[in-house]
Design a binder for this molecule. Sequence first.
Ligand code: PGA
Length: 253
Amino acid sequence: MRKKIVAGNWKMNLDYAAGISVFSEIVNMVKDEKNGSQDVVICAPFIHLNSLSKLGGETVKIGAQNCHQNESGAFTGEISAGMIKSVGCEYVLIGHSERRQYFAETDALLAEKTVIALKNNLIPIFCIGETLDERNNGSYFEVIKSQLENGLFSLDAESFSKIIVAYEPVWAIGTGLTASSDQAQEVHAFIRKEISEKYSMAIADATSILYGGSCNPKNADELFAQKDIDGGLIGGASLKSRDFMDIIKAFNS
Ligand code: PGA
């Protein structure tokens, strides 16, 4: 059985005190209300990671939102995968569309970041997804295929089996426009087919593929009911403990 995961992505929100406060609420709610084997992760700004990983313990796991592609060195202002690991993180987002768009991160760079994250025993949550133009002109399968091929498919099978994929249509991120459950399932099934053709059916079956893009407590049940959707990457709704917990509970058995 592949792992079910609900991961929050706080982006550049919540100062230190607010982050501790929202996170403490999430930990308490997860302890009281989670009733299933889904993993809960918060991907927070760097300044929070050390404190949150201590507060979260086994209840809520912590991830960073980015890492540098080099192990260490003269890269002023950057943070390495080893540093992230050293404060107790287990996950790192790689290739979020905001990194691709605003920081010009290419698939080739993201492939390097993925290798360094794995080398430091972080689990990459590798984000892919098409823009509105690519959705409308029907090229979205090609776009996703090329993001997979150029970002991930140079990994060997053992390394690939540690990856979590997040499908986040760019037009659905922060816009309130969610992909319908049929649209999301169609792409998730396509991603799984590509993984199976590149690696094996067993690896494809074991890969968790998360959906992200305006996921909220109202649409989570239907999205998570799709057979190839194994969880969510939640932006705006992860900043509110109650909404985030209600999304997590879409997996309660
Ligand atoms: P959203 O963001 O839930 O606010 O649309 C998702 C994401 O960017 O990971």
